[in-house]
Design a protein around this ligand. Structure first.
Ligand SMILES: [Zn+2]
Length: 340
């Protein structure tokens, strides 16, 4: 089974759900999107624009620039980095909103109806797009699948289930969190570059130059991760959102995914099981996500005698393309500290 953020969300919303704690080597889970009041909203401003609706047959923004829509934060950051100033890039899922269970709004349909290009992560992440794109009825829309050519991770093993109340949601197309591996992020940026060039060849040189600069930064980020994490190979960590299997695989880390957190408290049996799993896998770190304040995690970390830190899935955050590097470097620092 493959876990995703849905489990922790469900746990937060319903009471009486038994915890499911699955241990997954090479894959990890931590909270999807918690709302963060500090998010930028620059990408969403034109969503309410009245002319968006009327201009349905004109795939140009009012500025005359190519209108590009990116689905959610990491894809927006990469697209914005490549587009620079020559295209108008908007974001569909506002930062602070859960992407995995996102429900499209009428505003999203309008934005897609007037866009020339739609950039998505793919790998089944943006389930909301299917009907939304159809409803937008925009025959001029070009879709860019940023994960084109990336082989998804599907199987995660071994899995140790702590309870039997499994309500896991499976990613039909594998785990979608490829942007958290800087090497795969490079592939995504390349796909976005090629897609933008195909849709707007007039600005080819700019897209190429911008992509090259961003890819260079991704390469040095990759080197930084390699150099830092090779000192502590096979460091095992626990998280509550299946967001880091690609990162773990890339840098020889090991993941344990805790799949469902109950709203109230863990039963003594659950805690006992978690503790023995932590011993079994020599877990060094317990990760939540920025903005998550879960008392249960805090008490679990006390029981396990493992410090609770935050690892950022980048599903939410600032809308400046440089935010990717800022957040990933913070992740690296957290991993380094935790894995010592
Ligand atoms: Zn996620």
């Amino acid at each position: 089974m493959i876990v995703n953020c849905r489990e922790i969300r469900t746990g937060r919303q319903r009471s009486g759900i038994l915890p499911i704690i699955a241990l997954l080597m090479l894959s990890m889970a931590t909270g999807c999107s918690q709302s963060n009041p500090n998010q930028g909203t620059q990408g969403t401003t034109s969503e309410q624009s009245p002319q968006a609706q009327e201009a349905a047959s004109t795939p140009q923004a009012q500025s005359g620039k190519t209108k590009v829509v990116a689905t959610f934060l990491p894809i927006y950051l990469f697209t914005k980095a490549v587009a620079g100033d020559v295209a108008d890039v908007e974001i569909l899922v506002p930062p602070g909103t859960e992407v995995h269970e996102y429900q499209a709004t009428p505003g999203n349909v309008k934005v897609i109806a007037t866009a020339k290009v739609l950039v998505k992560n793919g790998l089944g992440l943006e389930e909301f797009l299917e009907g939304t794109v159809k409803n937008a009825q925009n025959p001029k829309l070009t879709e860019i699948d940023a994960s084109k050519g990336i082989k998804p991770l599907n199987e995660i093993s071994p899995i140790v289930k702590m309870t039997t109340d499994e309500k896991g949601h499976e990613h039909s197309q594998g785990n979608p969190h490829v942007w958290l591996d800087p090497v795969l992020a490079k592939q995504q940026v390349t796909n976005i570059r090629d897609g933008l060039i195909a849709a707007d060849p007039a600005n080819k040189a700019t897209y190429e130059a911008n992509a090259t600069a961003y890819i260079k930064e991704l390469e040095s980020l990759n080197s930084e991760f390699q150099q830092t994490l090779q000192k502590n190979p096979s460091c095992t960590f626990i998280t509550f959102h299946d967001a880091f299997p690609y990162l773990a695989k890339r840098y020889n880390l090991k993941q344990v995914a805790v799949v469902q957190i109950p709203e109230d408290q863990l039963s003594p049996t659950d805690v006992q099981n978690a503790v023995s799993a932590v011993k079994k896998y020599k877990v060094k770190a317990l990760f939540s996500e920025p903005g998550v304040d879960n008392k249960l995690l805090t008490s679990l970390s006390k029981d396990l005698k493992i410090t609770l830190r935050t690892l950022d899935s980048l599903e939410t955050g600032e809308t400046d393309p440089q935010h990717y590097f800022k957040a990933m470097k913070a992740n690296l620092q957290t991993l380094e500290t935790s894995c010592k």
